[in-house]
Design a protein around this ligand. Structure first.
Ligand code: ATP
Ligand code: MG
Length: 333
């Protein structure tokens, strides 16, 4: 029997190269061999976007279209909307008794995110809500609701999965063996860097190339990408390892071109403008088939049908789980 995988994305914006190379590309390789649930985590997106419901709603469709454009096959993957699975909310409440507040505050992923929010809003973290602090609990509900055996994660997400395992163990030790303890499927995909040289390409960092970016946008973004600051003149020798243009050549160009870019750059035989022009072309060639495929899903009706089907399948599984959980907790009236 196929093992079950649960993963998801928060609908807060379109997908960028970081999402593709850091996560989705890996999912494409998994979709044939696993029983795959892909959650559009709108409830989780609302934890820090509660005052912007239109944005979340719009991005449920945007992100689904992006996923389909990237090649996620709705006949193999159950793409579903988190808010439509009420059992997840029920489980979140039940699990919240099994986690201490201090344990959540010590969760490294949560800690990092709270620190980022403090930096962004400068209010000493007083805007951190109960819901935000508790999002690892709701993630444990997401995973266990579908009896996810494997969860594809990056290093930085490991503490969330560990928190889920702790909840599962606690639940099972109190109420009897009911929930499945998930394992990580640690991806070896790289963390994709931003146009500005930041270690992470991210929506909120404003340094991302989105898969829906048109040619003009790509041109402007790549022209502004950070290169070796010591290269002043066209024929100066430079270090490609600290150049974002070379970095993206490595992601989207072919091996011959990559080697050529590298050796010419080191020898001072290539100017940055020319190098950027070549990257613009390679990037557009990379994005073109994705954007072509996305056109098939422009109609919201098509996407709604796909989400409906995935959500119905997810609901069936969620019902099974909640009945086991309620029986174990003796609240199966
Ligand atoms: P935000 O800036 O709002 O946090 P984001 O652009 O970081 O948004 P998320 O929705 O936080 O996007 O990312 C979801 C998942 O996509 C991450 O958990 C990670 O697996 C993957 N991901 C996002 N950005 C990158 C990146 N730059 N490199 C590798 N993986 C990434
Ligand atoms: Mg993020």
């Amino acid at each position: 029997m196929k093992k079950t995988i649960l993963t998801g994305l928060r609908p807060t914006g379109n997908l960028h190269l970081g999402h593709y190379f850091g996560a989705c590309k890996n999912w494409l390789n998994l979709q044939d061999d696993y029983n795959f649930y892909l959650e559009i985590a709108d409830v989780q997106a609302l934890t820090d976007n509660f005052n912007n419901p239109e944005k979340v709603r719009e991005n449920v469709y945007e992100i689904t279209k992006d996923l389909l454009a990237l090649g996620i096959d709705p006949n193999k993957v159950n793409i579903f909307i988190q808010s439509q699975i009420k059992e997840i909310a029920e489980l979140t409440i039940f699990y919240s008794n099994l986690v201490t507040v201090s344990r959540l505050q010590r969760n490294p992923t949560v800690k990092t995110e709270i620190a980022q929010k403090k930096e962004l809003f400068g209010n000493n973290g007083e805007s951190i809500t109960y819901g935000f602090l508790g999002y690892p609990v709701s993630q444990a509900a997401d995973i266990t609701c579908f009896e996810g055996e494997l969860v594809p994660v990056g290093e930085d997400q490991l503490p969330l999965l560990e928190q889920c395992r702790e909840i599962v163990r606690k639940f099972n030790s109190i109420y009897g063996n009911t929930l499945i303890e998930p394992e990580q499927l640690l991806s070896n995909s790289p963390r994709v860097k931003g146009l500005d040289g930041n270690d992470k390409m991210g929506k909120s960092l404003g340094n991302a190339i989105y898969i829906i970016d048109d040619e003009e946008t790509i041109k402007n973004k790549i022209m502004s990408a950070v290169t070796d600051p010591n290269k002043i003149k066209k024929d100066d020798k430079a270090n490609p390892e600290i150049c974002m243009v070379y970095y993206y050549h490595k992601l989207v160009n072919n091996e011959d071109n990559i080697n050529k870019v590298c050796s010419e750059c080191k020898k001072g035989e290539r100017g940055c403008v020319q190098c950027k022009k070549e990257l613009i072309e390679a990037m557009n060639n990379f994005l073109k088939p994705i954007q072509e495929r996305r056109k098939q899903f422009e109609d919201n009706k098509v996407v709604e049908e796909i989400l409906d089907k995935g959500t119905k399948n997810a609901q069936l599984k969620a019902k099974e789980t909640i009945s086991k959980v309620k029986e174990a907790m003796k609240i199966n009236y």
